[in-house]
Design a protein around this ligand. Sequence first.
Ligand SMILES: C[S@@+](CC[C@H](N)C(=O)[O-])C[C@H]1O[C@@H](n2cnc3c(N)ncnc32)[C@H](O)[C@@H]1O
Length: 391
Amino acid sequence: MTTAVDWQVRARGLVEKLTEAGVLDDPAWRDAVESVPRHVFVPTFYVQQPGGGWSATSAGSDGWLDAVYDDRPLVTALAKNAAGGRVSMSSSSQPALMLRMLAALDVRLGHRVLEIGTGTGYNAGLLAHRLGDGQVFSVDIGAGLVEAARVRLASLGYAPTLAAVHGAFGLPDQAPFDRIIATCSVPAVPWAWAEQLREGGLVLVDVKRSAHTGNLALLRRYPDRLEGRFLPKWATFMAIRDTDGAPPTLTGVTMQPEEGWRSSTQLDPQPWTAVVPWFLASSRLPQRLVFGYRGRSETGSEWATFRGDDGSWCMVRTQPDERGRREVCEGGPIGIWTQFERAHDQWDMFGRPGWDRLGLTVLPDGSHRVWLDEPDRACSWLITGGRNAAR
Ligand SMILES: C[S@@+](CC[C@H](N)C(=O)[O-])C[C@H]1O[C@@H](n2cnc3c(N)ncnc32)[C@H](O)[C@@H]1O
């Protein structure tokens, strides 16, 4: 049985941790974290086990309350995919990331805020506590998630507007908004969001494309565009889905090393070691790219693999040889590794800029242009071009 003292002491501990981490200076957000009980929104969480399965920890069991008031993301919903595995469908994001985002978004009293990705309802609770029910709108594609969030929020006396809809369309009936915060990543920022933002309003969203590389971008609404910078610190969210069920698995792409084109590389194939150049290569890569491993060696997996939704594939040895080079084999319509190396060379040429030097301009036709330092500089990369790119 959780008593008020139990959780309030822990919530204050979380506030201290977040303050020490430098993400919680605003007294109004401190009050929200202290007042909105995260445990109400996370009655059960799941942890992936080394063998691939998931263990569940529910209210009342050992470690549950400590974990809920720790600064960590917690997976809160699972579903079976076509391959029979259970995959994460929703989570309560890491509190430090949530507070960093709310601060970056410069949310103020009187703002109307739309959240894409209600999930557990915890972020909507923080927003409703700070701004009042009438200013907060939150949508999720999971109807069951929205209903559970509504019940939890109501049990605490909050009643923001919630809806079970595809977040890419926003919530046009309730527009305009001053702020839009997305807690799922998008391959491209839907123009519908720009249309529902007041001029000067801000949207904060994780833009992630091929190979799931990208970052949070804070974009301002101008009459003819959305424009702004990436947040300096990299973060990642689960990808937006088109249905309430598990996302489709990529099937039918077979790698045939005997028919592939061979080369070698000095670069590490794991995309998180080079997220910026992978992102800059996006427009030249298959729209969906799945990373994995293949084969076993003494030192771990033998190959890192990429499979694209257009049938392209590549395999790169995880370990370099004595000359520091890794064997590469690629096939299909797009030379995935060749395109990545080109983007990497260009990124090298510009001095390997980090997220703090990159910005993004989104136009109504759906094109996304990443620029270096200033929007009007000649140096830019088209990440997606033209019509229909925004979904
Ligand atoms: C990281 S969780 C959100 C966490 C949430 N803000 C909280 O405080 O618990 C991401 C959420 O995005 C939702 N999502 C995925 N695709 C979506 C879509 N097309 N429209 C709206 N929500 C979507 C997922 O169902 C999931 O609940």
